[in-house]
Design a protein around this ligand. Structure first.
Ligand code: GDP
Length: 362
């Protein structure tokens, strides 16, 4: 599966967010093969389409697709120099696919700030500098190694080294690599290094209940994100933690009272999904209606492989109805009669929302 690491300075609301995410989480028993560490939460992707499909098919089970969140606490200034278990935290971040960087944008005299002030720009810099310095360390080691290899005239080593040399001063200034222009070829050359500041990143601006509008702290985060090409999700983590405690009915009432169409967490989860370039397709039968996650651009056999590698190996054809047609014609047979049912081959690129039935050899 794909995962998103939650980082940020101490006391900005990371645990509050993580707890809210995991409270709204699904039973681990649905996913018997996942071992869940205490700092890892598997969170269902909110998707109203799943309910619409279930209403037509009335299956025994409805299974959402999921996103994993990892609480990476304890990133502090000096982490890249090994302060406060720094290396351990950086290693944890290296294993994630995307980063959710929580930034404090709320004033509250009862909550101590590590530097005694609410300063999103300073906070973002502190974290980004640690990540950039960790990447700088990687770059410098790699340059040393490649210099030895390049002596033999290895073209790829020479090309890679020149990309790294361009990255070095940028990182030394504490700038993230995502703000450096790299073409596809350059990206390919450095892919294996797992640079932290190249990971898709979103800023979670943690605001107070009344802090969504006219909040200069939030404006600051927007400005920084725009410069870097990062995403911002404003959310009130404290409120989300309260919402996550409620039963379904109470929750609907509460959201209604607050004038919210969905919990803010849903935006966080969806943003994580979007950040990773992921999309959803469905399988729909009387036993279960289920959502599956695939990268945008995945072909039908690749999509089949998410269910089981045998489905990919033995792939013959995919029977496909788009989500819209499935709902409009009230199921597969209706869609078939209307000529909206398709048989697709191995080169078919699956679309978001496709309802698919795979034919395969075993
Ligand atoms: P962490 O160290 O980043 O994990 O921060 P915590 O989640 O433990 O939060 C630190 C303190 O800030 C706790 O007392 C939270 O209740 C409080 N807090 C978190 N989010 C908000 C918020 O949106 N508004 C306010 N006023 N307090 C918050």
């Amino acid at each position: 599966g794909f995962n998103c690491g939650i980082v940020g300075l101490p006391n900005v609301g990371k645990s509050t967010l993580f707890n809210a995410l995991t409270k709204s989480g699904i039973d681990a028993e649905n996913f018997p093969f996942c071992t869940i560490e205490p700092n890892t939460g598997i969170v269902p992707m909110p998707d109203p389409r799943l309910d619409a499909l279930a209403a037509i098919i009335k299956p025994e089970k409805v299974i959402p697709t999921t996103m994993e969140f990892v609480d990476i606490a304890g990133l502090v200034a000096g982490a890249s120099k090994g302060e406060g278990l720094g290396n351990q935290f950086l290693a944890n971040i290296r294993e994630t696919d995307a980063i959710a960087h929580v930034v404090r944008c709320f004033e509250d005299d009862n909550v101590i700030h590590v530097d005694n002030r609410v300063d999103p720009k300073g906070d973002i810099e502190t974290i980004n500098i640690e990540l950039a310095l960790a990447d700088l360390d990687t770059v410098e080691r790699a340059i040393q190694r490649l210099t030895r290899v390049a002596k033999g005239g290895d073209k790829e080593a020479i090309a890679t080294r020149s990309v790294l040399e361009r990255m070095q001063p940028h990182l030394a200034e504490g700038q993230p690599l995502r703000s450096l222009k790299l073409d596809d070829n350059e990206r390919q050359l450095i892919k294996g290094y797992g640079f932290l500041t190249l990971k898709p990143t979103m800023y979670i601006a943690n605001v107070n209940e009344d802090g969504f509008d006219n909040n200069p702290h939030l404006d600051t985060v927007h400005t920084i994100a725009e410069e870097e090409g990062a995403v911002v999700v404003p959310v009130c983590n404290k409120l989300e933690a309260e919402i996550a405690e409620l039963e379904d009915e109470e929750r609907a009432l509460f959201l209604d009272e607050m004038g919210m169409s969905e919990p803010g967490l849903d935006r966080v989860i969806r943003a994580g999904y979007g950040l990773l370039g992921l999309q959803t397709y469905f399988t729909a039968g009387p036993k279960e209606v289920r959502a599956w996650t695939i990268p945008i651009g995945a072909t039908a056999p690749q999509a089949a492989g998410v269910i089981h590698t045998d489905f990919q190996k033995g792939f013959i054809r995919a029977e496909v109805v788009s989500y819209e047609d499935f709902v409009h014609y009230q199921g597969e047979s209706g869609a078939k009669e209307a000529g909206r049912w398709r048989l697709e081959g191995k080169d078919y690129v699956v679309s978001d929302g496709d309802v698919v039935h795979f034919r395969f050899n075993v």
